[in-house]
Write a protein that binds this ligand. Structure first.
Ligand code: HSE
Length: 300
């Protein structure tokens, strides 16, 4: 018997929703998990590395950590992994791997984790709940996490908008992109940053995508400090706006950027951005509506 675990990648922040707002995307990590006597991990997608050390593989490490946390032995299995999520680009590849690793432990050790357990465990490991909650639930997630690691998420589906990601051919580690952020803001600045985040959240809930786009471009928490790390940051924002996007922000910590666009201009917009930014992969995506999904597939 084989379990198929499918986890959506995600975009985080959408501008000012720093460390809180996430959106599951229709780009996926897939694991086929088959119990067997020895551990084996196979990367099926071509862009994934081939030099695999099981004990250092994120999926294995997370599954082992969760099994230990619940006082269980982690049985061995074969994992065949396929991914549409490029590594260290701001599309939630590590959060998706964490969510998948937790599920591997859940299935192999029969842990009966609840959705709330999945939200808490994945957000605690990530350190913030934006990407992790979006990978668990799909759709739009607006979350907070207490110091004790308890997550509260407001989850909304049917975000009927189109998104385009601009993926550059360079990696940016989240730790590096967090390293450039100030430790403190003064009160007036923090009030403005927080007001913009509130307006973004309210506009998302109201499906007022024009306003969503406006507030995506009004972040004060992180983008002003990260912009210089991002290839073509200003050019992409202005060219996307000229081509009809409602707005453009960093996807998570970057270096990918994400535009929200009217569904009516999808193809024209993508073609025009592909011509303009030939060093980027320009990909049209939608909100994922399901979050993590587990099915069983019969093996011969
Ligand atoms: N909210 C996070 C950040 C997302 O912007 O650093 C990336 O993990």
């Amino acid at each position: 018997m084989t379990w198929r675990i499918v986890v959506p990648g995600s975009t985080a922040n959408l501008g000012p929703g720093f460390d809180s707002i996430g959106l599951g995307l229709s780009l996926y990590l897939q694991l086929d998990v088959t119990p067997q006597d020895e551990w084996e991990i196979v990367h099926v997608s071509e862009h994934l590395p081939t030099d695999i050390v099981i004990e250092e593989h994120l999926i294995y490490c997370i599954a082992k950590q969760i099994a230990d946390q619940y006082g269980k032995q982690l049985p061995a299995c074969k994992i065949e992994m396929t991914s549409e999520l490029p590594f260290a680009r701001g599309l939630g590849s590590s959060a998706a791997a964490i969510v998948a690793g937790i599920e591997v432990a859940n299935l192999l050790c029969d842990l009966h984790l609840t959705t709330q357990d999945r939200l808490n465990l994945s957000s605690q490991i990530e350190g913030h709940p934006d990407n992790a909650t979006a990978s668990v639930l799909g759709g739009l997630t607006i979350s907070s996490m207490t110091k004790e690691g308890v997550v509260d998420t407001l989850h909304v589906n049917n975000v009927d908008a189109s998104f385009v990601v601009f993926i550059p051919n360079v990696e940016l580690k989240t730790s590096e992109a967090r390293g450039v952020l100030p430790a403190q803001f003064d009160r007036g600045y923090a009030v403005e940053a927080s007001a913009n985040a509130n307006m973004l959240a309210a506009s998302l809930m109201a499906r007022d995508f024009k306003r969503v786009g406006h507030y995506m471009e009004q972040d004060r928490f992180h983008e002003p400090f990260r912009a210089t790390l991002i290839p073509n940051y200003d050019d992409i924002r202005s060219a996307a706006k000229e081509a009809g996007a409602y707005g453009t922000a960093l996807s998570g910590a970057g270096p990918t950027m994400i535009s929200i666009i009217p569904t009516t201009i999808e193809q024209v917009f993508v073609t025009s951005m592909q011509q303009r930014f030939q060093n980027h992969d320009i990909v049209l995506t939608k909100a994922d509506e399901h979050g993590i999904q587990v099915t069983t597939i019969a093996t011969m």
